[in-house]
Design a binder for this molecule. Structure first.
Ligand code: FES
Length: 110
């Protein structure tokens, strides 16, 4: 198995339901697209991943620290909603990498 096909497993909590997710590196352009596709979420990722709409907000638990770095529009977009915690992220700004392995992700209701 090539390095890029390495399986990545993590859990996602959405409306109280825990989903076991299995994917591989860069299977999707970013985490928002994965969540929208696998969990059939309505009104999620409305801006298509440019970091402006804030309809893809998640909380990351148990994750590598380097996955918590925010850049581009993310801090400004999150602060408009009052989110300043390090582990609150726009899922469209996270790539599918091994940083997500064994993490616990919670989709935040807006
Ligand atoms: S999809 Fe719009 S901010 Fe993430």
């Amino acid at each position: 198995m090539s390095k890029d096909r390495k399986k990545i497993r993590f859990t996602v909590t959405e409306s109280g339901t825990i989903h076991e997710i299995e994917t591989y590196i860069h299977e999707y352009p970013n985490l928002m697209f994965l969540l929208r596709d696998k969990l059939f979420l309505d009104d999620f990722g409305e801006c298509g991943g440019v970091g402006r709409c804030a309809t893809c907000v998640i909380r990351l638990n148990s994750i590598e620290r380097n996955a918590l770095k925010k850049d581009r529009n993310e801090p400004a977009t999150l602060s408009k909603l009052g989110y300043t915690a390090e582990n609150i992220r726009l899922s469209c700004q996270l790539y599918i990498t091994t940083d997500l392995e064994d993490s616990q992700i919670e989709i935040l209701e807006l």
